[in-house]
Write a protein that binds this ligand. Sequence first.
Ligand SMILES: Nc1nc2c(ncn2[C@@H]2O[C@H](COP(=O)(O)OP(=O)(O)OP(=O)(O)O)[C@@H](O)[C@H]2O)c(=O)[nH]1
Ligand SMILES: [Mg+2]
Length: 344
Amino acid sequence: MKFLDLAKVYIRSGGGGAGCVSFRREKFIEYGGPDGGDGGRGGDVWAEAVDGLNTLIDFRYQQHFFAKSGQHGMGSQRTGASGDEIILKVPTGTEILDEDQETVIADLTHAGQRVLLAKGGNGGFGNLHFKSSTNRSPRNANPGLPGIERTLWLRLKLIADAGLVGLPNAGKSTFLAAVSNARPKIADYPFTTLHPNLGVVGVDAHEFVIADIPGLIEGASEGRGLGDQFLGHVERCAVLLHLVDGTSEDVASDARTILDELEAYSPKLAEKPRITVLNKVDALDDETRAERRAELEAEIGGPVMEMSGVAKIGVTDVLRALWTRIEPTRSGAKDADEAETWRP
Ligand SMILES: Nc1nc2c(ncn2[C@@H]2O[C@H](COP(=O)(O)OP(=O)(O)OP(=O)(O)O)[C@@H](O)[C@H]2O)c(=O)[nH]1
Ligand SMILES: [Mg+2]
C-alpha cells in the first residue's frame, strides 16, 4: 500500500446556466407570452469520509475536481438540467485545510460525514420570471452565477484507538502482526516500517484499532531518521503503547529518548495516557529481566508491563490494559454529536 498523508487539490463548482428569453409561438396565438425557462444549478463539490481507506495516495494521481455547469434554460418554460455534483471520497480522519494550510475548514472523523467545499452557482431566471402586470413581454433574463474555485489541502490523521511508539527495532510491527489482522513488514534492521499501518484487534469481545508508526530516534523532532511527522497519526489515539526493547543494554536511556521526542513534538502528546512495556522478554533470563524492568520503572516513574510479541507472552494483558484506557473514550452519544457538526 502506498501512503500519502498530505495532498493538494484544486476544485471548482459548476456555474449556473443562463436564463432564457423566449416567447410562445403558436398557430392562432398572435402575441404569445414569455416562456423562457431558468438556467440549471451548477454542480456542488463535496468531500465525504469513507471507511476502508488509509491513505490519500489517490490524490497524487488526480488533483483537479471540476463539477459540471448547469444547462441554460430553454423555451416552453423548460429549466436547464443541473450540473452533476462531485464527491471527493477521503479516508476518515481527513482534515480539510485552506490554501494557506493554517485554517482547518473541516475535520471528517466519521464515515459518511460530508462537507460542502464549493456550492454550485445558481441558474439565472428566464424571462418568464420577469413577467408582471406592467411588463407583459419582458426581454430580460439573468445569467447564471459563476462556480467557486478553491485550492485546498487534505491532511490525513489516521484514526486509531492506540498508537505504538518506540525506537526502531523495538518490536512494534511484530506486536501489531501478533495481535491483529495487519501484516506489516518486520525485519531486524531499523526503519523497516516507513509509513503507518493500522490493525484491528479483538480482546474479550471488544474491538479496537492500533496504529503502528515508524520508529523514532533521538533528534526525530529535528528531522533525524524519518523525523516525527508520523506522530500526527497517533495524536487522536486514546492511549500510546511505548515498547522498549528488553535486549538493549540501556533500557532507561532508550525510554528517555522516546519521551523527549514526544515532548518535543507536542506536550499534549507527551501527556496522553501511556502504557510502557519491556518487550522481547523471551530473550532475557529472569535476572536480567527483573533488573531491566526495575531500571525502566525508575526512569519513567511508573509501572512497566512485560511482553514478548514473538513468543506471545503477556500480550493479552497488554491488550486489556489498552482497552481500559480506550473504553472511557467510546461514548456513543458524543460521537453522534461530533458527526453532526459538519453536516450541511
Ligand atoms: N526475541 C524477540 N525478538 C523480537 C520480538 N519482537 C520483535 N523482535 C525482533 O526484533 C526485530 C525488529 O522487529 P520489528 O517488529 O520490525 O520492529 P519495529 O519496532 O517495528 O521496527 P521499525 O519498523 O524499524 O521501527 C525483528 O528482527 C523481530 O523479529 C520479541 O518479542 N522477541
Ligand atoms: Mg516496524
